[in-house]
Ligand binder design. Structure first.
Ligand code: FCB
Length: 447
């Protein structure tokens, strides 16, 4: 196997690690933080596989300095974290919780002291419960509150944050949260999912406007993408793949980039489509500087007459190696980057998440965690980034998901995505072999 070296990447390339607030912070009732929909959801019996929650998670709220020091050791260029809305605005709007803002201010300063670029995501799914009570993402007022929250955070952290991302994976919030109920708030209704998607997009547009009046740093959004391959080349399977692509990939990025909602999908959703003022589309498509790409897997689908509204079935045909939860398909990352570049002429792409899960029993043996599958996963995906750079695709960043094992949403602690192992009893952090691998690619290691 070839050795991957830092010099293989474009000179402006930034290597980072990513996390999100609810998955790592814990301290859910401290220093004025109010509950989010994820607190309520995880405390509802039957929602999380292992019955767990993020009450303590990685206790990062209390161990922030230690975790930043760990990133210093890793030598990463950048850190992508998210801000917990109910920590800074406990009611979602109105009175500000200074102690919450202080936490993120200290985090940003600690990163800057170590030369690590802070990259902030404003929404990684932890909507304040108070806003849920007023209609959540079905209500326009939530989008307006998001703009207020964004302005507040941007005014405080401003250009110390090197990259601002409005939403993480809006598809998950809209469709897992409101269509199939797997995520908070656990609703099951396609019409609601489409309304949520629309308000998320509106809130993105409003947030971009708010950011522009406070910061000069680049602004973007971080949707998840997956290449969709038809099970066969039959016209029926190809049409099924196009529908899945519309549902997952095109529904968010096309309105953001000024193309409006994809017409084929609007037709399919007709009776469930929310009504909204036409001017919303202009609001949603504020110019942005970066598209973040969260990439984990591809998807193979075939036509199935009784396969729900999309009339599809997902096919698991491949005998490629797998992580604990998904097929490993690194070329899919290139495929997505190439398509975003070719079809949409996006000026700048950053991989905002990519990573591999192992099971809860992944062990520390003699101070070491042998996670060869993850090392290979990261290497293969980084090689696709180099391939993209060599093909002239403007991709200049890669964030490994995740800095450390954490609360994996509906999977609880049953999956570990970290490059650093966390013992959830003692909170001890142990860098896995994959952390040593990332460190070997750091600028410092490269001299
Ligand atoms: C993504 C999420 C992230 C994490 C990874 C494994 O969908 O954005 O929070 O859970 O999956």
């Amino acid at each position: 196997m070839s050795i991957l070296e830092r010099s293989a990447f474009a000179p402006n390339f930034q290597l980072g690690v990513a996390t999100s607030s609810y998955q790592i912070e814990g301290a859910v009732a401290e220093d004025g933080r109010a509950p989010s929909i994820w607190d309520t959801f995880t405390h509802t019996p039957g929602k999380i596989k292992d019955g767990s929650n993020g009450d303590v998670a990685c206790d990062h709220y209390h161990r922030m300095q230690e975790d930043v020091a760990l990133m210093g050791w890793l030598g990463v260029d950048a850190y992508r974290f998210s801000i917990a809305w109910p920590r800074v605005l406990p009611r979602g709007k109105g009175s500000v919780n200074e102690r919450g803002l202080d936490f993120y201010e200290r985090l940003v300063d600690a990163l800057l002291e170590r030369g690590i670029a802070p990259c902030a995501t404003l929404y990684h799914w932890d909507l304040p419960d108070a806003l849920m009570a007023e209609g959540g993402w079905l209500s326009r007022s939530t989008a307006e509150a998001f703009a207020e929250y964004t302005a507040l955070v941007a005014a405080r952290l401003g250009d110390r944050v090197a990259l601002w991302l409005t939403h993480n994976e809006p598809w998950c919030q809209a469709f897992l949260g409101y269509e199939n109920g797997l995520f908070a708030p656990g609703q099951r209704d396609l019409g609601q999912a489409l309304t949520c998607a629309h308000q998320l997009l509106v809130s993105h547009g409003l947030a971009v406007q708010a950011l522009r009046s406070h910061v000069r740093s680049p602004v973007g959004i971080a949707p998840n993408f997956m290449p969709v391959h038809p099970a066969t080349q039959s016209p029926l399977d190809r049409a099924a793949a196009a529908r899945q692509d519309g549902y997952f990939n095109r529904w968010f990025i096309e309105p953001v980039l000024g193309r409006g909602y994809p017409a084929d999908m609007v037709e399919l959703y007709a009776e469930h489509m929310p009504r909204f003022p036409h001017t919303d589309l202009a609001l949603i498509s504020q110019p942005i500087d970066v598209v973040g790409v969260n990439y984990y897997e591809r998807c193979i689908v075939g036509h199935q007459e009784d396969g729900g509204m999309l009339k599809i079935r997902r096919v698991k045909t491949s005998d490629l190696p797998r992580t604990a939860d998904r097929e490993i398909y690194a070329p899919g990352l290139f495929e997505i980057l190439e398509r975003l570049h070719r079809e949409y002429s996006i000026p700048r792409l950053v991989i905002t998440e990519n990573g591999a899960a192992s099971r809860a029993d992944e062990a520390v043996v003699d101070g070491r965690v042998n996670d060869a599958v993850r090392v290979d996963f990261l290497r293969e995906h980084l090689e696709q980034v180099i391939r993209a750079q060599k093909s002239g695709i403007p991709v200049d960043g890669y964030f490994a998901w995740s800095l450390m094992d954490n609360f994996e949403w509906s999977e609880g602690y049953s999956l570990r995505y970290g490059i650093v192992h966390v013992d959830f009893e003692t909170q001890a952090r142990v860098p896995k072999d994959s952390a040593h691998f990332i460190r070997s690619l750091s600028r410092r290691a490269a001299g």
